[in-house]
Design a protein around this ligand. Sequence first.
Ligand code: BGC
Length: 768
Amino acid sequence: MINPIKTLALGAALLAGFTCTAQQKPADNSKKIDALIAKMTLEEKVGQMTQITLDVLCKGDNRYSSTHPLTLVDTEMKKAFGHYHIGSVLNVAGGKAITPQKWYELISGVQKSSLTNDTKKIPLLYGVDEIHGVTYTDGGTMFPQEIAQGAARNPKLTQQAAAITAYETRACDIPWTFGPVLDLGMDPRFPRQWESFGEDPYLCAVLGAAMVTGYEGNNMGAFDKVASCMKHFLGYHAATSGKDRTPSYISEDALREYHLPAFKAAIEAGSQTVMVNSGIINGVPVHANYDILTKLLKEELGFKGLVVTDWADIENLYKRDRIAISDKDAIMIAINAGIDMSMVPYQYEVFCDNLIALVKEGKVTEARIDDAVRRILKVKHALNLFDKPNTNPKDYPKFGSKEHEKASYDMAAEAITLLKNEGNVLPLKKNIKVLVTGPNANSMRTLNGGWTYSWQGDKTEEYAGKYNTILEAVQNEIGKTNVTYVPGVSYKEGGHYYDEFADKMDEAVSAAKNADVVLLCLGENSYTEKPGDMNDLYMSDLQTELAQKLAATGKTVILILNEGRPRLISKFEQQVKGVVQSYLPGNFGGDALADVLFGDVNPSGKLPYTYPRYPNATIGYIHKPSEEQKKAEGVYNYEADYNPQYPFAYGLSYTTFAYKDLKISKPAIKKGENVQVTVTVSNTGKVVGKEVIHLFTSDLYASSVTPDVKRLRRFEKLELKPGESKTVSFELSPKDLSYAGRDGKTILEAGDFEVAIDKLKAQFTLTE
Ligand code: BGC
């Protein structure tokens, strides 16, 4: 397909339109809610706290699977809504994407049944994981995944992407998305790192808040806004094993210093729902943790919204984590810990009947139930569901429009990160012959990753045929006759997520001999959650072998990475001339990548994580001074140094930038005062380029906890023409200089601080 994006001029009004939609302030419905609760029976209240998956209501062999075309079963709905008063439904049924019209038929059908059968006529709250666009909708706009958005470092684009997703989500009659993912993507082994904005708490906080604003605006009851859901509270990606839903050990100071800031920022941005971490921290499953869910989240942070479990996680307290001796015990523990809604998602009778009994036995108070129901009804009111329980696709003409696609392309173009450019091999000329090879070269599935048209992203080829793979985009860029394609290595399909088999490796190597340049597209196949767990962080063996064999031909090899986490490339990185990281750039990632490779776009992405060189050295940029080891000089010359393949925030450009005049407003400030930092950045090269200015601070000495070597405190992305200079000003507040002490309490200490921007450094003193 011809790249549709380049032909579309981006009106400056586009972004403005998304950020300034006129919205009425939401009304205060607390009196109405209290009056309703006063009239509700215990059974009705418990029903509100129950969330089931759509499969339960659709025709199929059993509750766990539905058959296409999806059909609602009346008797099931009567039972769920009439007898059990179920308040929420989630997910797609039948395991794959459907059209907006089909969504509307299903959700309006479910909503109608709920409003007809439920005695109190409370509208249903429908939720779906729309984490990079409308996940389970045919024809919607798929954006780059959050990890790529972390690389783009452009909060306006992130807000715009969320606003478009909100619009397209409502076009499908869905008012609630399970995003943003605010987990700290600190572990390259973890199968969900790509769902996060990366390894830095501040970056996650800024982009997370931008996403919440994009989803909710200042009134999520507007026709084009949805409720966001911050997830997964708290400390989800810190599993010791690096595998999904396995235990983590997180100290109080680390929990607050690294994992909490993004959630705090998102709450301040107005997010009204939160999903709980499915794992275990310090021996206690988070779903059973009163200190985290009630004391920290609801009391200390003042969160007034609703807390929903993750998938089957109350049942897991009994069946997996064995902290409860029965389903009933598990329900008591979780509800008393602070859970408001249970994503059951199948055996809802077990949840409802047991919770009703627990209240009657006095083991869960009715006050706790009322609190949960109040939070749920508040969200339903804020979404305007009482007045307008459904939204119809016919009112959303911009669904999947060129305008929306352009926003996705722009994000991909800003995310793609140039990691190596030996001898300025890139950008490539357009009159050359290239070999495009590797298992990711001709795959829409790998460009998108998981949560795309299906949970694991394995059905993407069925839906995304009209978009360009890397191969197709390169063909569009320089003409088909200049492009040879040999996969070399392919992924196994059907249940295997990242294994691959040798296909035509020798053919690829001989084809390289006739090419000027080899575009080697390596990485991972799509996956998420448990199915993406793995034992070896190195790029898989066959891909490594393909890279080494191609490099041995002596041809110029450009490595294009398309992966959810940084798979180690140190076994062949030195042999390739260029490295371009595309992350999971979405349906327009192929087009954006081709534009970067051939110089139509100057790359400006910056790594949102540390790219490790070795599997035993996965420590991120946030670390302690003792982790900055020198190479060991022992008999065996151990590789003990901190030496990542590429550091956090790294990313090259086709132009050069120079920094000068780093200034701090005062040499000394008192506690409570702010400090201004300025720096001048110039484009010293020949082409226009975007640069991200990162401001790091270091606390030189601290008394309670050893300070981190450095921490990101501010960033700003700006565009400079050749020869142009701009002075950028940042304001730091005492909050940026404080840290969480051993007991989790915030400490602000007098002493010396260093500010670093690029290679420039300056110091100031904080006095009492
Ligand atoms: C995931 C959540 C997701 C939920 C609902 C769970 O398995 O951990 O991130 O929101 O399913 O689909």
